[in-house]
Design a protein around this ligand. Structure first.
Ligand code: GRF
Length: 213
């Protein structure tokens, strides 16, 4: 049985989707937040999951916080650490410690729109297709090896909120798929830094946006 620790900072909807997903071979051992008021903590407690708060404000430097965070995580001896809306930039040392077992979800089709305000920027640029990405974490922010992506159409009357909701729906689907692959041993990060996904090929569908007449 593989052990998972989830890190959150806020709402926790991706965490909730994982807690409610069917993940054979995996057990979610704990949810850790850097914010005491993260609403996701309550959801985790309702699911009977151990929770812990570690505030970055209690540490003078990023390195000290990351060392304390790693110590908290390692109590659970996780096979996989899942960032689910964890709003902290992690040090290279922390990332190296979890190489090949640290994944993140980002609300854009990486490598486009790394960083914040992804939906606002996509709308401003007038892109017709947007989406989300699950990737292994490397020291290069929002640029790790890509595991799975979902694309959605950008609609004429979209606001950042409506577009975010459409993307979030897909986030909840692809994150559990990536975790399921990891749990059943199909997904690895190769020594060459490339994603290894051992499974029967299953091409996704094409998306044309706006649709053809
Ligand atoms: C999601 O959009 C995720 O992609 C990004 O932060 C947001 C977190 O939402 N990294 P939630 O806390 O999972 O609801």
């Amino acid at each position: 049985m593989k052990s998972i620790v989830i890190l959150i900072s806020g709402r926790g909807s991706n965490m909730q989707a994982l807690l409610e997903a069917d993940l054979p071979g995996c057990r979610i051992a704990a949810v850790i937040s850097n914010k005491a008021d993260a609403t996701g903590l309550e959801i985790a407690k309702q699911h009977g999951i151990a929770t812990q708060v570690l505030s970055h404000r209690d540490y003078p430097e990023r390195e000290a916080f990351d060392a304390a965070l790693a110590a908290a995580i390692d109590q659970y001896q996780p096979d996989l650490v899942v960032l689910a809306g964890f709003m902290r930039i992690l040090t290279a040392g922390f990332v190296a410690h979890y190489q090949g077992r640290l994944i993140n979800i980002h609300p854009s089709l990486l490598p486009a729109y790394g960083g914040l305000a992804t939906h606002e920027r996509a709308l401003k640029d007038g892109v017709k297709i947007h989406g989300c990405t699950v990737h292994f974490v490397t020291p290069d922010l929002d640029h790790g090896p890509i595991i799975i992506q979902a694309a959605v159409p950008v609609l004429r009357d979209d606001t950042p909120a409506t577009l975010a909701a459409r993307v979030l729906h897909e986030e909840h689907r692809i994150y559990q798929q990536a975790v399921r692959w990891f749990c059943n041993g199909h997904l690895h990060l190769g020594a060459d830094g490339k994603v290894l996904l051992n499974r029967i090929e299953q091409p996704g569908a094409s998306l044309i946006s706006p649709g053809l007449e």
